[in-house]
Design a binder for this molecule. Structure first.
Ligand code: SF4
Length: 149
């Protein structure tokens, strides 16, 4: 699993300071894709060593570690999420283009589901097909409306 870049962001996960890792080789092929470069099989391998370095550099400044993509290899994604869980107290998010929860959803605190559909818009649009869920124990709360305030 490779990544193109990362950034500290404030809006992708409401009320969290998030280190967002943009993972490449996206398989979803959304019509009107807003980030076509992320469909290419390019970038640096996202290893546990890279995660160690990111946690050492940014771990004290962030509250959430979010995988942006990674649908092509959900097993590897869950392995890396487990690693973050074991090596930090950060919340963990996943922005997926799929419509299904991951096999082990309890690994994550936030999951965004749904492909991008240009006519329905992003999470910031009230007509969006996408949903952001926040885990509360075994329950998932749809918090998409937080983007509309
Ligand atoms: S999930 Fe859809 S919009 Fe996002 S990078 Fe993949 S193809 Fe593009």
């Amino acid at each position: 699993m490779k990544f193109h870049n990362y950034d500290i962001v404030f809006q992708e996960i409401p009320d969290e300071v998030t280190l967002a890792i943009n993972i490449t080789h996206c398989p979803n092929g959304c019509e009107g894709c807003h980030s076509p470069h992320l469909q290419q099989d390019v970038g640096e391998e996202l290893t546990t060593l890279v995660i160690d370095a990111l946690l050492a550099k940014y771990g004290d400044d962030i509250t959430c570690f979010c995988f942006m993509g990674g649908d092509r290899d959900v097993i590897e994604l869950e392995r890396l999420a487990t690693y973050v869980r074991q090596h930090s107290d950060l919340k963990i998010g996943w922005y997926s283009g799929r419509n299904e929860m991951p096999p082990h959803p309890a690994l994550f605190d936030f999951v965004k589901l749904g492909p991008y559909m240009a006519d329905k818009g992003s999470l910031k649009s009230r007509t969006t097909n996408q949903r952001l869920y926040r885990r509360n124990g075994n329950e998932w709360e749809d918090i998409t409306a937080m983007f509309w305030k």
